[in-house]
Structure formats: C-alpha cells, structure tokens
Design a protein around this ligand. Structure first.
Ligand code: URA
Length: 229
C-alpha cells in the first residue's frame, strides 16, 4: 500500500515538473508521505495547493516544527502570474497561518497597491513555512528541508515572474552568497522564470533610505507584469 502511494506521489511530482526530491535522513516514510493519493489527483491548482498544505502541516523535517503554532504555507491566487517569496513566518503569521499579516505584511500590501496589484492577484509564500525562533534567519538545513514545498508550489502555480524579498530569499533561491545590493542590480532566471530581487518589507521598516531603491525595483517589475496581461 505504501509503495502504491509512493508511486502515485512520484507520478504527481513528475507531472508537476519536479525533477529532484530531497529526503531528510531522519524522516520516517510515514512522515514523508502523509498525503492520501487522492490529494494528488485533484484538478485545479487551488485544490492541489490545499491538498499539499494539508499533507505537510504536521511536518517535522527540521527543528522549526517545535515552535510552530500554524504551518504557514502561502496565500493568494493559485493562478497568479507573479509569485512573491519572503523569508519565514513571524509571530502574527505563526498565530494565524497566513503569510505577511504583521507590520511587514501591511507594508507589503501597500507596496503592491502602489504598483496597482492586489494581494489576491498574486501568490505569496516564504522560504520556510514555520517560524524561526526569535525571528532569526532560517538555517541552511531548515531552508533545504522546506525547499521541496516551495518547488512544488512553483511547479503548480507556474508564475511568469518571481519577486524575491530580502537576502535570505535571494541567497537561497539563487544559490548565491552575494549581497542584496549586488543581487538586485539585475534580473535573474530561476527555472526559466524571470526573477527580481528587492528589499524585504521588514528591512524597509527599519531603514527609510531603502524605500526609494525598492520603489525602483517595483516599477520595473510592474512594467514586466503589465506587459504580460
Ligand atoms: N516576514 C516574512 O518573510 N514572511 C512573512 O510571512 C512575514 C514576515
């Protein structure tokens, strides 16, 4: 039975365009394959995302689960052309299960409005889905453990543009150790998707001077987004 479920799961990943999967040595088969096969044959992108969110909500692939109140998978439009990636949930997100709902989230909503986008038009998620203690940066092993979830979200949503917000998101996705200043100097390609890098909204709350360059990044992104529609 487990073998059959595993085969169906692998088939689902293949259809979704996933080429690599990462297994934690510590994870038991039960923990890795928690979803019922029916979760993987749902039709719409929204149903697929919901099924996967349910499948992973009790994940214990890294130690971040210990501080978890809610697994913060992602929110927004499953058919979005633009996907935004932040770092990891903060206290409000851990309490509610929704991404970017604290102060940084409120600023993000305003930034999106400034380029004529609503939150429900885009899809927003994070590098890690559980809150790091005291909002510290997620560790390399925590980012690696969560990466398959993000790759699945990308494979399902198939956005045409990506916005990486902050150094953690950009360093992780672009597998780069460059500074944010360097990474936001030009666009990148991630899995064939045009990818912008900008400041994390929390950084903008800390340093007003970064608002002007962040606005310039967003305006370039807006031009590309409007050319798509
Ligand atoms: N910061 C993030 O990176 N993500 C959130 O969801 C909230 C704050």
């Amino acid at each position: 039975m487990v073998r059959k479920e595993l085969e169906q799961y692998l088939e689902f990943l293949e259809i979704s365009g996933i080429q690599d999967i990462y297994f934690s040595k510590k994870a038991s088969a039960e923990k890795v394959i928690t979803a019922k096969p029916s979760a993987f044959v749902s039709n719409t992108k929204g149903q697929k995302l919901e099924a996967l969110q349910n499948a992973y909500k009790d994940c214990q692939k890294c130690e971040l689960w210990r501080g978890r109140n809610k697994f913060v998978y992602g929110n927004g439009n499953p058919d979005a052309k633009l996907m935004l990636i932040g770092e990891g949930p903060g206290a409000e997100e851990n309490a509610t299960g929704q991404v970017f709902v604290g102060r940084a989230g409120q600023l993000l909503t305003k930034m999106l409005h400034a380029i004529h986008l609503r939150r429900d038009e885009v899809y927003i998620t994070n590098i890690v889905k559980c809150r790091p203690p005291n909002n510290r940066d997620p560790l390399p092993q925590e980012r690696a453990a969560c990466m398959p979830y993000l790759l699945e979200q990308l494979a399902i949503i198939q956005p045409e543009l990506l916005l990486l917000m902050g150094k953690v998101a950009a360093n992780t996705i672009l597998e780069s150790r460059d500074t944010l200043t360097k990474m936001r100097q030009h666009t990148h390609l991630f899995q064939g998707i045009k990818t912008y890098v900008t400041y994390h909204p929390s950084a903008l709350l800390r340093n007003e001077h970064w608002k002007r360059p962040a606005w310039e990044d967003l305006q370039m992104l807006q031009r590309d987004y409007e050319a798509l529609t």
